[in-house]
Design a protein around this ligand. Structure first.
Ligand code: FAD
Length: 535
């Protein structure tokens, strides 16, 4: 039983990796210890970059169709209950409105795709069904990873299925097996940071008419100003809700739900569980032929919704590199670059989620028991909390810089250009600095430049200067690496991107830029494909 890649764990990250590898024709086996996807709440927001990636994987419409309807606002409220006037309402556009804003945007400041609210329990079965339709992907639920060993040529894994232990072998193994990753433990890789910072109870409620009846406005998050850090999250169907709170016992959750809703509703409590706040990053993202991705290497506080989204980025980065090496044109530095590129994003996003959680704590510290009193003191306490939250809560909801602005620094497969803009969590500054994701732009004919870029390397020739691309083409051909030239004559595009020539990787990150062809195309091609020696 041999495959090119064995993926352990069918959470959103392992499933995305299977789809991304499968689309590149890689033979992979995905094993998952559970018998089937479970109806358990976890993440609910795919960010803009994840949706751009799902667009490139050809599944963006399916994800949107299964998620929150496009016209539902994504507002975030700070409330005392769902029936009292909100202390603060932070407006965020529905997907339909965000798409209209993107359609009207003529600069490079917005993503190709807006976010999408979709519950993890909806996303996982969807990704599973996509993966199962790809001929080169073998999806096996009810199959538990036990241990593995590797030599110079392959990885052998012991897995348990129907009570029997069997061996699977693969050229590479990727552990996408979550926070308590057995693959990571097997490799002896440690997590560093702060564990178990706070414990929350989470309850899932089914309530058919609550969303329609909320009198204070429709949104996705309702944070209750109280002493238990209670918050209510609308799930994708708008008929399911999760309530999170620092509560002593499971039965407290129904009472907290009723107190938050503050009007008579028929509801069913479907699940109560616990989750912990962690800010942890693995020392390393793999060893030899074994890699790690997603929560196996970074654990973030969900505040800001960077957890799964960072893992999807890991999967997308690793997929084209593994495919390149398996197809024979990727060199050794390509797989080494996975850790260089993705661990720095993991570190920044762990810090960003810590910053968001600090902001959340800051406004919650302004809570006072007299908050619900209809007295001048109560009024003053509410106004004070709202003014603090108006600054601090935004740290959770406006991390567009962390989502889109990440740039791979010091990567062995990206041309070095010293300097570069600062990384900002809350602000997206479009740039074509090598390592950055190519900013989205509309062309004059209304199509998106992103949509014109293929699955291999692309040399963008912009504006009226028509530099000879022959030598670069020849250099990539000599390595059998997929390469094409895309001419965009519009001067506006050249001006916004700032250069005549941009070399793009399959993941839309800039590998090199210049106003004349590279001095030594062979060196550039060798570096971009991982054949040059690491710096
Ligand atoms: C309350 C809450 C809200 C969140 N909201 C967001 C959000 O809005 N946006 C966001 O981006 N993130 C959010 N997150 C984080 C997000 O849920 C995780 O980052 C995400 O689930 C990580 O995906 P993963 O595939 O890496 O790991 P997991 O989802 O943990 O999946 C790992 C899989 O591996 C399987 N597995 C484990 N061990 C084995 C084994 N030995 N053999 C075989 N299979 C195995 C598991 O059964 C599991 O299916 C939230 C988390 C919580 C708790």
């Amino acid at each position: 039983m041999h495959s090119q890649v064995l993926i352990v764990g069918a959470g959103p990250v392992g499933l995305t990796l299977a789809v991304a590898l499968g689309r590149r024709g890689v033979h992979c086996t995905l094993i998952e210890q559970k018998d089937a996807p479970q109806f358990l709440p976890k993440m609910e927001r795919c960010n803009a970059r994840t949706m751009e990636i799902y667009r490139r994987l050809g599944i963006v419409d399916e994800v949107r169709a299964a998620g929150l309807p496009a016209e539902v606002p994504m507002d975030v409220f700070i409330v005392t209950s769902l029936t009292e006037p909100p202390l603060l309402q932070l407006p965020y556009p529905s997907v339909a409105r965000a798409q209209a804003e993107i359609a009207a945007c003529r600069d490079a400041s917005m993503p190709r795709e807006p976010y999408q609210l979709i519950s993890q329990y909806t996303l996982e079965p969807l990704l599973k069904s996509v993966a199962e339709k790809i001929p080169s992907v073998d999806v096996r639920y009810g199959c538990e990873f036990i241990s593995c060993a590797q030599d110079a040529n392959r990885v052998r894994a012991q897995v348990k299925r129907n009570g029997k232990v069997e061996e699977l072998s693969a050229d590479y193994l990727v552990g996408c097996d979550g926070g308590s990753s057995a693959v990571r433990r097997q490799l002896g890789i440690k997590l560093q940071g702060d564990a178990d910072l706070l414990r929350f109870r989470q309850a899932l409620f089914s309530c058919d008419d609550l969303f329609e009846r909320i009198p204070i406005g429709k949104g996705r998050h309702y944070h209750v100003a109280d002493s238990q850090a209670t918050f209510l999250i609308v799930q994708d169907s708008t008929r399911h809700f999760t309530l999170h709170a620092v509560a002593d016992k499971d039965p407290d959750m129904a009472a907290l739900f009723e107190r938050t809703v503050a009007m008579p509703v028929n509801y069913e409590l479907l699940y109560v569980g616990e989750w912990r706040q962690n800010l942890l990053l693995a020392d390393s993202y793999g060893k030899g032929r074994i890699f790690l991705a997603g929560d196996a290497v970074h654990l973030m506080i969900p505040t800001g919704g960077l957890g799964m989204n960072s893992g999807v980025g890991d999967a997308y980065d690793l997929a084209w590199k593994l495919a390149a090496v398996l197809q024979g044109w990727g060199g050794p530095a390509l797989l080494q670059s996975y850790e260089t590129e993705r661990r720095q994003v993991g570190a920044r996003n762990v810090a960003a989620s810590g910053n968001a959680a600090k902001g959340r704590r800051a406004w919650r510290a302004a809570w006072r028991p007299e908050m619900s009193d209809r007295t001048p003191a109560g009024e003053a306490a509410r106004a004070h909390l709202a003014s603090v939250a108006d600054v601090e809560q935004r740290k959770s909801n406006e991390m567009i810089g962390a989502e889109l602005g990440y740039r791979y620094e010091g990567s062995p497969v990206i041309a070095e250009e010293p300097g570069g803009p600062q990384h900002e969590f809350m602000n997206y500054v479009p740039t074509t600095w090598p390592g950055a994701r190519l900013p989205h732009l509309w062309l004059g004919d209304g199509t998106a430049l992103h949509d014109k870029i293929g699955e291999g390397f692309t040399l963008l020739r912009l504006g009226s200067a028509r530099h000879d691309a022959g030598a670069v083409q020849a250099a990539f051909s000599a390595l059998s690496a997929p390469f094409s030239v895309l001419d965009i004559a519009e001067e506006r595009v050249r001006d916004l991107y700032g250069f005549d020539l941009l070399l793009l990787r399959p993941d839309l990150h800039v590998a090199w830029r210049g106003n004349a062809p590279p001095a030594d195309p062979a060196i550039l091609a060798a570096q971009a494909t991982g054949h040059a020696r690491s710096r």
